[in-house]
Ligand binder design. Structure first.
Ligand code: C5P
Ligand code: MG
Length: 223
């Protein structure tokens, strides 16, 4: 994790008009879906199968929250507990830093990223594409609330997450419908969304996802 000072000074970088990464070098796939839809599970499989780097915005926020000395720790904690969207400057900077670090570790300027749980709000979408990297595709895992609720309550038995409880789950569903679905709809209008039914088993969801994503990466405008 970078020191907080690096994250605390995003304004200059975020106001730039040329993205940090060029889409000819870096492929970005956003991964969206309600809480408990299976985004993380599917991303892990895609990493193994297709060599993507998986970055979960929620995981990066939790890491930053727990980093000793972080000036955003309490803020992130409060937002997550209430299922609200953390101000985009924090999340975007964490993602940019993680992308830079992943490429540095691989010693390359080219890479493919699954950005999981992001963008959750329209302002994040616009700012990320303008300042960090334009997105190629959006994977959307579609799942009824009842199924997601069951999964989250089950996960809550062992996840240790402060937001895997009935009250926080209700708030997270509301945020998803009101704030994050407009992002999915926006990208749908751009023809970038791959929609997958997330109710079958993880194995079956993966088969569909892997097939559709492979096709769409090879033929973005359809075969
Ligand atoms: O994706 P995940 O379920 O791990 O996200 C947990 C929480 O992190 C969200 O409910 C939200 O409070 C916060 N978050 C955010 N902005 C994002 C992703 C997650 O504020 N782009
Ligand atoms: Mg997750």
């Amino acid at each position: 994790m970078p020191p907080a000072t690096e994250i605390a000074a995003p304004a200059a970088q975020l106001s730039q008009t040329t993205p940090v990464f060029s889409p000819s070098d870096v492929t970005v796939v956003f991964v969206l879906g309600g809480p408990g839809a299976g985004k993380g599970t599917q991303c892990a499989r895609l990493v193994a199968e297709q060599g993507f780097t998986h970055l979960s915005a929620g995981d990066l926020l939790r890491e930053e929250q727990n980093r000793p000395g972080s000036q955003f720790g309490q803020l992130i904690k409060d937002y997550i507990k209430d299922g609200l969207i953390v101000p985009m400057e924090v999340t975007i900077k964490l993602l940019e830093n993680a992308m830079t670090e992943a490429l540095r570790q691989k010693g390359t300027t080219k890479g493919r990223f699954l950005i999981d749980g992001f963008p959750r709000k329209m302002d994040q979408a616009h700012k990320f594409e303008e300042a960090v990297c334009p997105a190629k595709l959006v994977l959307f895992f579609d799942c009824p609330e009842k199924v997601m609720e069951e999964r989250l309550l089950e996960r809550g038995k062992t996840s240790g997450r402060t937001d895997d409880n009935a009250e926080s789950i209700r708030k997270r569903f509301r945020t998803f419908v009101e704030t994050s679905m407009p992002v999915v709809n926006f990208y749908e209008g751009e023809g970038k969304v791959i929609k997958v039914d997330a109710t079958p088993t993880p194995e079956d969801v993966f088969k569909t996802t892997n097939k559709l994503l492979t096709e769409k990466l090879a033929f973005p405008r359809g075969p």
